[in-house]
Design a protein around this ligand. Structure first.
Ligand SMILES: Cc1cc2nc3c(=O)[nH]c(=O)nc-3n(C[C@H](O)[C@H](O)[C@H](O)COP(=O)(O)OP(=O)(O)OC[C@H]3O[C@@H](n4cnc5c(N)ncnc54)[C@H](O)[C@@H]3O)c2cc1C
Length: 341
């Protein structure tokens, strides 16, 4: 089946990845975005943790399967894009107090991760505070720099990106329409996607303070530290059921306090950015992937919530398959956009 002209609404990481996949497979594709060279969208705030075994594993095995399938694609996907900061050193999950250890142990046991003592953690990562009691190593949890991924995808799609905020889907001239507008997908389709606010900091210091991603809890405050090769460390993230884009003293304080409790040496780093983004959340935390209604002209790829960076390669592959063949991979069965009635 040849799809004719394909329009992708939304040039965030998901829309760009789908469009690049379609272009590579010979489709005539155009991406519409109000700011095709800008920084709008959750991708610009996201840390880029590729963590397939998260809390979701407890409640939603279909999502875990999709996360794991995408995780397996990431090494070759990243290599195909050039230097996008893909790093497979792995993640150290660390816990400061006895209560933090008790909470984290549930997750470590679920993921069958071996427990590490505080001194073993500091052998692996000397910058970790002597107060940190215990941890675990998640070898399968990697990272990538979402800003570099988007830059690489934009370069692939040069000449295919059109500046336009779509407000009416029937006004888009195309044979097939893919809606990948993150949180804005709700207004375009009526689907239940809600913004879940997250505040994230970026610090800068000498490269090499941390080798692994640190995912930790300190006195009940959760924080992750994602070290880039150039000395930047991303500190994330609050999770708030709000739609505003205001950075708050309390949010920044909680992140910095937990970060410094776990890695005191960060106190000497420069605070270079405070960013606020909106995760596109859904009622069951799973993305919405598939045909919108019976006409088979309109496809949705949105609602990736906390895992949109991780889910980028599998979304691109499976949605491109859907556009080009009309056939849905069984992995998509649990993620039909109409599943909430
Ligand atoms: C604080 C924070 C931390 C995160 N950390 C991680 C992480 O570590 N790992 C991970 O896997 N995920 C993470 N995420 C989630 C991830 O960022 C999102 O799931 C992902 O960015 C969703 O991609 P998207 O392309 O659907 O939406 P977005 O990235 O939000 O992009 C949406 C695009 O649609 C465009 N658009 C909006 N309205 C219109 C319109 N009317 N017409 C045309 N275009 C439109 C926007 O301009 C934008 O370019 C994080 C998110 C946040 C907020």
């Amino acid at each position: 089946m040849t799809p004719g002209r394909v329009a992708v609404v939304g040039g965030g990481i998901i829309g760009l990845a789908i469009a690049a996949e379609l272009l590579e497979r010979g489709a005539d594709v155009t991406v519409y975005d109000p700011a095709p060279e800008g920084t709008d969208g959750a991708w610009h705030v996201a840390a880029g943790m590729l963590a397939p075994g998260g809390e979701s594993a407890f409640e939603y095995p279909h999502l875990t399967r999709l996360l794991e399938a995408s995780s397996e694609l990431w090494p070759s996907y990243a290599a195909s894009l050039g230097d996008v900061g893909h790093d497979d050193a792995g993640t150290l999950s660390v816990a400061l107090t006895a209560d933090d250890v008790a909470d984290a142990a549930r997750e470590w046991n679920h993921q069958k991760l071996a427990r590490l003592t505080g001194s073993r953690l500091r052998e692996l990562e000397p910058a970790i505070s002597p107060r940190v009691r215990a941890g675990a190593f998640a070898a399968a949890e990697h990272q990538v720099d979402p800003r570099k991924v988007v830059a690489a995808l934009r370069a692939r799609l040069a000449g295919r990106l059109v500046r336009r905020r779509v407000t009416n889907l029937s006004a888009v001239d195309s044979d097939v329409l893919v809606i990948a507008a993150g949180c804005a997908t709700a207004a375009l389709t009526g689907l239940p996607i809600r913004p879940v606010k997250g505040q994230v900091l970026r610090l800068r210091g000498e490269p090499g303070l941390l080798k692994h991603v640190i995912d930790g809890a300190a006195d009940g405050r959760h924080v992750y530290l994602v070290p880039r090769a150039d000395g930047e460390i991303v500190v994330g993230a609050t999770q708030e059921e709000r739609a505003d884009d205001v950075a708050t003293a309390g949010g920044v304080h909680d992140l910095l306090r937990a970060a410094l409790d776990l890695v005191p040496g960060l106190a000497e780093h420069e605070l270079i950015e405070v960013a606020v983004g909106q995760r596109p959340g859904t009622p069951d935390n799973g993305p919405l992937l598939g045909f919108l209604g019976p006409d088979r002209r309109t496809i949705v790829a949105a609602g990736h919530f906390r895992n949109g960076i991780l889910l980028t390669p599998i979304t691109a592959r499976l949605i491109a398959d859907l556009v080009l063949t009309g056939a849905a991979d069984p992995l998509l069965d649990a993620f039909a956009p109409g599943r909430f009635g």
